[in-house]
Design a protein. Sequence first.
Length: 326
Amino acid sequence: MNKVLEDRIVELLSAEVSVKNRIEIEAQYPNRKLDTGAEVTRFCPSPTGFVHIGGIFTAMICQYVARQSGGVYILRIEDTDKKREVEGAKELIVQQLEKFDLSPNEGLQLDGSEAGDYGPYLQSERREIYLAYAIDLLRKGRAYPCFATPEELQNAVKDQQSKKMRPGYYGQWALWRDRSDDDIKSALDAGKPFVLRFRSEGDHEKRLSIDDVLKGHLELPENDLDVPLIKSDEWRLPTYHLAHVVDDYLMKATIIMRGEEWLPSTPLHFELADALNIPRHRYAHTPVISIIDKSGGGKRKLSKRKDPEADVAYWLKAAYPLKAVK
Ligand code: GLU
């Protein structure tokens, strides 16, 4: 893509925030002065509803691992999905963590202040940071604008289903990956909304080795999806993928403990780290909390919609001793 088009895209992406470069940003996040072996952990809920009991589980492990290694336990609020955000949810997270004696060393505190030097710890306040990394990828040819409409994307999925192919934005279904500058210019001139997508160089037929701290050695297919990095809506916030890789790099997290539903995305997160020229993160994927289905369905994942026990408030209301719940 030519420089003039790149500049137009940067301008549209950066509405209302200043454009900084990575060097300026990275200078504000020096290495932590911790003893060897100290773990920096992070619990990263999204403020989209009630606090899930699985969150208490993750926060407990984060606090424990940080504490026993002389490290730091961070609370980062992942509020990049402004449409799904629920008012008061982030305050509730902090209050309920406190009840379980799980207040973080860094991040949002009960009085509304933030502790720690590696913030802001609210992702919506980190837009100029994500932008710097997104621009870096754009300039290196590892990101591009995609103007596909929701209907076009749905049609691609239908086509993949009818052909019994994997769903996703790759290969012939990566509609804007190889478009000409003229096409991009026309779409920009017409004021069409766009997302910024990653340009993957992975090959789904090849395997990637991952040493998960909990699951051990794994071989997963490489990522080949051109996932969105920056969303098209008015907030211009990043997707989880870009935000996670960048934030945990800057906040110097040493271990990423997260639910195992994220395991299939790990090859993407490796590829993103490689493309950004930063070290790959170290992961520990934790199991989801299960329940024995009362209607005889056996063991299944605790459901946010069906099971009242999924909500931390249930345990508080039933007045179980919190130590016992933990
Ligand atoms: N916001 C993500 C979630 O709630 C966090 C996953 C992570 O810990 O990286 O699932």
